[in-house]
Design a protein around this ligand. Structure first.
Ligand code: NAD
Ligand code: ISE
Length: 334
């Protein structure tokens, strides 16, 4: 049984605690912490874990064998470095950190420690729909990928959500998943800002069209629209030389009524990607027993961060911006 401590017990933290407590085999949550005591208490009620005052104390607790970091991205770097120092395995929700500089610190610390300890919560790599698209691409039956058309729509976001968050918080999923899907790396990016929806506010340009070009020349467009109102709507189509592959949607029935046919759309990520979260976490727990990590790594988190930085620069400049890494991929991550 893998004893886990969870740092950050908000929406996603409690979702993971429920999962670890009632679904996942071979793990249990024995400790929790949150800067808001009330949130830690609510979490402890779900799992029965001990409440710690700080992330540092939780990581150092002898009964904690592995750590879940589910605090906001800006608070990830400290517990990541602390867990590496303590030699404890980590599942860290996306993003790895909010700056490329901090991501690089984590990458270097893990490589210096010489042991793979960190898995990043890019759960779309575990989603059945994306996996089917990847398998179709790998079959070679459709030729090389040329273009991707994608949407990432949320029904709405809070008033503290601003223009850069459309990249750092939302499109970060596409940034990771899409280059993994076509097995390529990003070369440059651009952002086009259409007319703003009446449901947005002065600090948020919504919607946005993000364009990414890979080193092999694949052109990707992602519509990010976080106040679309109608649902949590994720789409991906890969246009290849010998066919176009569209990701399957969740299998809801089409219902005919009142001279109309309609099928449901999910309204949040917790439902849309429920199976993917379950699979990624079970996989991380199973890998712990073997002492390995086989999901997205800290290096994937660094790559996503430099691409995100280029997109945010492009939001401001309106120009095509290069995606630049400060270092080559370390041997440790190859
Ligand atoms: P949230 O605001 O609901 O919860 C964050 C919690 O962390 C809050 O309870 C807050 O009090 C606590 N917190 C803040 N600073 C802390 C610190 N230094 N130490 C301990 N606790 C601290 O946010 P959320 O939606 O639960 O997001 C948390 C993380 O999960 C983020 O990294 C986010 O990007 C990620 N997330 C991932 C997905 C996904 O689809 N993979 C979905 C939602 C959120
Ligand atoms: C949230 O943090 C997520 O990760 C969701 O998957 C994404 O759709 C949403 O925009 C983010 O705020």
């Amino acid at each position: 049984m893998l004893n886990i401590g969870v740092i950050g017990c908000g929406g996603m933290g409690r979702d993971h605690i429920e999962r670890l407590t009632s679904k996942i085999q071979g793990a249990k949550v024995v400790a929790v912490t949150d800067v808001v005591e009330e949130n830690a208490k609510k979490a402890a009620e779900i799992c029965g874990g001990k409440i710690y005052a700080t992330g540092k104390e939780l990581i150092q607790a002898p009964e904690v064998e592995a750590v879940f970091i589910v605090s906001p991205g800006f608070a990830h770097v400290e517990p990541l470095l602390e867990a590496i120092k303590a030699g404890k395995r980590v599942f860290c929700e996306k993003p790895l950190c909010t700056t490329a500089e901090d991501c690089l610190k984590v990458v270097k610390a893990e490589a210096e420690a010489g042991k793979h300890l960190i898995q990043l919560g890019f759960m779309r790599r575990y989603d059945k729909g994306y996996i089917q698209v990847k398998e179709a691409l790998q079959s070679g039956a459709y030729g090389e990928p040329l273009m991707l058309h994608c949407t990432h729509r949320n029904p709405e976001v809070g008033t503290n959500y601003d223009t850069p968050m459309a990249v750092y918080d939302t499109a970060i999923h596409e940034i990771d998943t899409l280059h993994w899907l076509v097995d390529d790396e990003y070369e440059s990016v651009q952002v086009i800002l259409p007319r703003v929806t009446k449901y947005s506010h002065s600090a948020l340009k919504d919607p946005q069209i993000m364009l990414m070009r890979t080193k092999k020349g694949v052109c990707i467009d992602v519509e990010v629209f976080v106040n679309c109102k109608f649902g949590y709507d994720i789409n991906c189509e890969v246009v290849c030389e010998d066919g176009a592959i569209k990701m399957a949607q969740p299998p809801y029935p089409s219902i005919r009524k009142n001279a109309a046919a309609a099928s449901a759309i999910d309204t949040d990520c917790f439902v849309r990607f429920k199976d993917a979260y379950d699979t990624e976490v079970q996989n991380w727990v199973d890998c712990a027993a073997e002492g390995v990590i086989n999901g997205p790594t800290a290096w994937d988190g660094y790559l996503a961060a430099v691409t995100a930085d280029a997109l945010v620069k492009a939001q401001e400049s309106g120009q095509i911006e290069k995606v630049v890494t400060a270092v080559e991929k370390p041997e440790f991550y190859k």
